[in-house]
Design a binder for this molecule. Structure first.
Ligand code: COA
Ligand code: MG
Length: 294
């Protein structure tokens, strides 16, 4: 089983040369080079050029590199597609609200002859997207859409719905879980939204733990200081890995070959737990590999 860790995914403003440079050294699993909200309207063209150059120069090592283009309701997004020729791993499309949005991007990517390996991720951040999450995720059934994942846009959701962002996020939990279910139903990865209060380390750590419990693969981040605590929250603990190995080993024993369920250390384990355990070990191994020099 091979899995790619996407614990920490840092937004990097595309107009900020210093931040683009820094992104190559930070311990994030992935970076999102941004052309949308982090870039002022007058700086869009300059940011496009900086991102193309950053992609051409490379140096991102094992980090996955996404580029967030502008929304389909703007006059910028078609021009933004020039970045595809510079070979990012994926494009992140803001404010996807219907499966048709995903299909439109896919069609234009064929037009600019984007390499087949380039994936598409959708930002889930409009009220309509919350209602259409299932259909948007189902767009991935058509491989031509390249759809590989969802990124929650919780700030836009708060703006558009008038729901408040509060500790524990009770107002948003139905939407978050709806998107997790839609993503999993179609084999997509899903990343949580950002945490704005850079001065509140405790609140941030709690939200990372919550995101992990909700089933997210990782969290999007706005500042380098958020990377280490986020990586920690989304990494299986040594205890979890040890328990996973114990379950796998128990099912591998000849005397358990035809058993579907038994007890280990007082707990019931079934074959589905062995499947989960294999995933935990695969993630832990992949994380250990990222700790090696790229
Ligand atoms: N990516 C890469 N590097 C970053 C960074 C980011 N998102 N945010 C900060 N840095 C770097 C700075 O360049 C600085 O580097 P240096 O000291 O080595 O020169 C260092 O980290 C410290 O930055 P700091 O002074 O604490 O940040 P700031 O107060 O100037 O900026 C923000 C704070 C929030 C404006 C900035 O972190 C940022 O732009 N974040 C991304 C916002 C974004 O992309 N939003 C859209 C998606 S929600
Ligand atoms: Mg947004």
């Amino acid at each position: 089983m091979s899995v790619r860790p996407r614990r920490s995914v840092l937004y990097v403003p595309g107009s900020n040369a210093r931040a683009l440079e820094k992104a190559r050294e930070l311990p994030a699993d992935a970076v999102i080079l941004d052309l949308e909200d982090a870039v002022a309207p007058d700086a869009k063209a300059q940011a496009r050029a900086l991102i193309v150059k950053a992609l051409q120069d490379g140096g991102f090592g094992r980090r996955e590199v996404l580029v967030r283009i502008n929304g389909l309701d703007t006059g910028w997004w078609i021009d933004d597609l020039v970045v595809a020729a510079a070979g990012p791993d994926a494009l992140l499309v803001p404010k996807v609200s219907t499966p048709d949005h995903v299909r439109r991007v896919a069609k234009h990517l064929v037009g600019v002859r984007a390499e087949a390996r380039i994936r598409v991720w959708a930002m889930m951040e409009t009220p309509l997207a919350m209602l259409n999450a299932r259909d948007i995720a189902a767009a991935a059934l058509d491989l031509a859409t390249r759809l590989a994942g969802f990124v929650m846009g919780t700030n836009d959701l708060a703006k558009e719905t008038r729901a408040q962002i509060v500790p524990g996020r009770a107002p948003m939990l139905p939407w978050l879980m709806n998107c997790v279910a839609a993503a999993r139903a179609h084999g997509l990865d899903i990343l949580d939204g950002v945490y704005n209060d850079l001065g509140n380390a405790e609140g941030f750590a709690a939200e990372c733990r919550q995101a992990r419990d909700l089933g997210f693969d990782g969290k999007t981040l706005i500042h380098p200081q958020q990377i280490a605590p986020c990586n920690e929250a989304f990494s299986p603990t040594p205890e979890e890995v040890a328990w996973a190995r114990k379950i796998i080993a128990a099912f591998d024993l000849p005397e358990n070959a035809d058993k579907g369920v038994f007890r280990i250390d007082g707990r019931m384990v079934e074959r589905l737990h062995a499947d989960m355990a294999r995933r935990t070990v695969a993630i832990a191994d992949a994380i250990a590999a990222t700790a090696q020099p790229a």
